[in-house]
Design a protein around this ligand. Structure first.
Ligand code: A2H
Length: 253
């Protein structure tokens, strides 16, 4: 952990069988898309998962015999953080593109939806996190904007061959009450700033600053074991409980 290291919570989103052809090689093993988040306490509000259709990903076998899917850059970082048997070595490593892992059915920890799906987000960066982002449209303006774009723009759905049932049954879930911003703070700020789409990068940055600050310092949990408590008091507790149940890990970069 060097100067300025960022701690992420890696959320293990279990891919539902049968695996797609590019991953059929891993039949019989538990396989996960691993998303890097700064907000483990928002996992109660997951409605889907984001992958970048044009990014390169890898699947590799961890020291526990599970299969993780993420960018190669993050997989190598993981290999130096005890995730693999040997540092710098990715066992049974298979290369994938984002398109190979679009539309997968996933079981996401703490989400009230039994199954959620991987959908395309074009603003995912290759140079941070795992390239997999878990979507919480109630509390993340980026996630809200992207979900709304997909729901409103038929050509976008067609381009990435997204089945309607993977998208339209999923609504933002009220999980945190933020004074002045209410229980769907990302949507409220998106509307207040008159954001038009996921490409409104400047306004989205402004929205993120507002929602993140107020949500963290003044937000109160509306759901789960810690209902009624402040976000900043329970964030670490929720992270630790996800780690205890093997649904999450800590990852630095
Ligand atoms: B956060 P930082 Cl509810 N490209 O998780 C783009 N965005 C990425 C990413 C990538 N490669 N990897 C992670 N992220 C997102 C939840 C969340 C997040 C909420 C609210 C705010 C928020 C649900 N999505 O982040 O630049 C992930 O989304 C606001 C910044 O590395 C991750 O946490 O600091 C966050 O950005 C990491 O951003």
């Amino acid at each position: 952990e060097g100067v300025g290291a960022q701690e992420y919570t890696l959320i293990k989103m279990k891919v539902v069988v049968p695996y797609p052809s590019k991953l059929s090689h891993f039949k019989g093993r538990d396989l996960y898309l691993v998303a890097a988040t700064l907000r483990p306490e928002t996992m109660y509000g997951q409605t889907n998962c984001w992958v970048h259709p044009d990014l390169e990903y890898v699947a590799f076998v961890t020291s526990k015999g599970e299969v993780f899917v993420c960018t190669k850059r993050s997989a190598l970082n993981m290999s130096y953080q005890g995730f693999t048997n040997e540092e710098g070595v990715l066992e049974c490593c298979v290369s994938l593109t984002g398109e190979d892992i679009l539309g997968l059915g996933l079981k996401a920890p703490l989400s009230p939806y039994m199954m959620i799906y991987s959908l395309p987000m074009l603003s995912i960066r290759a140079d941070k996190g795992t390239g997999i982002v878990t979507s919480v449209p109630s509390d993340s303006p980026d996630d809200y904007a992207c979900l709304l774009d997909l729901q409103n723009k038929q050509p976008l759905r067609e381009k990435y061959r997204i089945d309607d049932y993977k998208l339209f049954s999923f609504k933002p879930i009220p999980i945190i009450d933020v004074p002045e911003l209410g229980t769907l703070s990302a949507q409220v700020v998106y509307e207040r700033l008159k954001i038009q789409s996921q490409n409104d990068r400047e306004k989205l940055q402004e929205a993120k600053d507002i929602v993140y600050l107020k949500g963290f310092y003044d937000g109160v949990m509306l759901v789960g074991l810690h209902k009624g408590r402040k976000v900043q008091d329970v964030k670490k507790i929720i992270q630790q409980s996800l780690i205890q149940s093997s649904e999450a890990m800590i990852y630095y970069e």
